[in-house]
Design a protein around this ligand. Structure first.
Ligand SMILES: [Fe+2]
Length: 191
């Protein structure tokens, strides 16, 4: 289930909203032009690859592609393992989009499993959206945001793009993300 926290973007950020209520979350995100939808979670075996995952959500993916004109869809996943380089890979992946940035394309993610938090910095506030299985979040192009997958990343997500070159982050240099509670803190504080 989605979990939303909204903070001010001041030097000492304050929490102005905490909710798990789907209607309240949808309304708060609609105000900042961010679309959150929910799909029924398919039964997919652990370790499934991209083709199997996309097949399980074939109808939903086709509908979104038709509606929004996406030209490229793939699956990104990261799960803890016992390899010696896991801590380094986990930290590297987490760090990549942990600072505030924008993209020229929409950032659209459907969470098949696991979770991650999108932080949307709009109009003086930060909406921290904890996405969980079944959540499809669409962040419009040029929205200032960052993403935290936590210190132990564990997720599988379907990604939608308008441009098959993928997309790059345009970093703003704003250190705001260091002042807002991170993934681990928000998850630990959830009741
Ligand atoms: Fe991003």
């Amino acid at each position: 289930m989605t979990y939303l926290n909204v903070y001010t973007d001041s030097d000492s950020p304050e929490t102005v909203l905490t909710t798990e209520d789907p209607a309240e979350i949808a309304a708060a995100l609609k105000e900042i032009d961010v679309l959150l939808r929910h799909w029924a979670v398919a039964d997919i075996p652990a370790g499934a690859g991209q083709e199997e995952i996309l097949e399980a959500y074939r109808d939903e993916v086709a509908r979104v592609v038709a509606e929004e004109g996406y030209t490229f869809v793939d699956v990104a996943q990261l799960h803890p393992d016992d390899s010696a380089d896991w801590p380094e890979r986990a930290a590297g992946a987490r760090q990549k989009f942990l600072n505030e940035h924008t993209h020229d394309d929409d950032e659209v993610r459907f969470f098949v499993s696991g979770s991650g938090i999108f932080y949307l910095h709009v109009d003086g506030k930060v909406h921290a959206v904890l996405c969980e299985p079944g959540d499809l979040l669409s962040v419009p192009a040029n929205t200032t945001h960052w993403f935290d997958m936590g210190t132990t990343p564990d997720f599988t997500a379907i990604r939608f793009f308008h441009d098959d070159d993928g997309w790059v982050g345009n970093f703003t240099g704003d250190p705001l993300s260091s002042r807002i509670p991170d993934f681990d803190t928000i998850v630990a504080g959830r009741r």
